[in-house]
Design a protein around this ligand. Structure first.
Ligand SMILES: C[S@@+](CC[C@H](N)C(=O)[O-])C[C@H]1O[C@@H](n2cnc3c(N)ncnc32)[C@H](O)[C@@H]1O
Length: 210
């Protein structure tokens, strides 16, 4: 049953997200990802909604995606997104154990990925390991809200996780990042336009490896 629900998620997620993207979320992706420089790693790339938002300062993009269905649509997005000066590789890997050398990327990115990662602390530590000293982590995540919203997020978390590829809407990603070895340089709060109430608020920003 969970395999069927996971497969369905890979179909409905890009369609639902496209509503928020058109309503302004795409501008946040541009603000986040246009700062990527050099050899860049994106984890949990999904169907590739972020791909069009990288700028010309990227020299190579490596897209990690562990789900086979998402990887298929990701490859289609990569093939249809022409005109880039830099190469793109799609890799089947897991953020808990990245198959990359220490300090081998100039930039690492994640968008709406850490809600679904089994152990976010391990994933954040892996990103820190593969990033070079001085390199930047560009993040964009939906996070735990406050008051009534947080209580609703707690209540629906098991159902949302089952229906939405393991997404836990009540995670405090910003706190996990602050507790990690990254230095948080910028954290911009916001709301996801035209989205389910459980996937707001959102944060985007930058953290760096000291
Ligand atoms: C909600 S989707 C977001 C997709 C895409 N980043 C976007 O912005 O639309 C969550 C993504 O995280 C990926 N993911 C979940 N657990 C992961 C893990 N352990 N390692 C890497 N990616 C993971 C999922 O396969 C999925 O692609």
């Amino acid at each position: 049953m969970s395999a069927v629900l996971d497969r369905l998620f890979t179909r409905w997620y890009p369609l639902l997200m496209s509503i928020s993207e058109r309503a302004g979320q795409a501008d946040v992706r541009t603000a986040q990802l246009s700062r990527a420089v050099g050899r860049t790693l994106e984890v949990g790339a999904g169907s590739g909604l972020s791909l069009a938002h990288y700028g010309d300062d990227v020299t190579e993009l490596v897209l990690v995606e562990p789900d086979a269905d998402f990887r298929r649509s990701l490859r289609r997005t990569v093939d249809s997104c022409t005109g880039r000066a830099w190469p793109v590789t799609v890799v089947d890997a897991d953020v808990h154990r990245l198959p990359f050398d220490d300090a081998s990327f100039d930039t690492v990115t994640a968008s709406f990925t850490f809600c679904s990662v089994g152990d976010p602390d391990v994933g954040i530590e892996e990103l820190h390991r593969v990033l070079r000293p001085g390199g930047r982590f560009l993040f964009h995540e939906h996070v735990r809200g406050h008051g009534l919203r947080a209580r609703v997020q707690d209540l629906v978390a098991p159902v949302q996780a089952a229906l939405a590829g393991g997404c836990r809407p009540n995670r405090d990603f910003a706190a996990r990042l602050r507790d990690s070895r990254f230095r948080v340089d910028e954290l911009v709060p916001g709301r996801m336009p035209r989205a389910l109430p459980t996937v707001s608020p959102v944060v985007h920003g930058t953290a760096s490896r000291r």
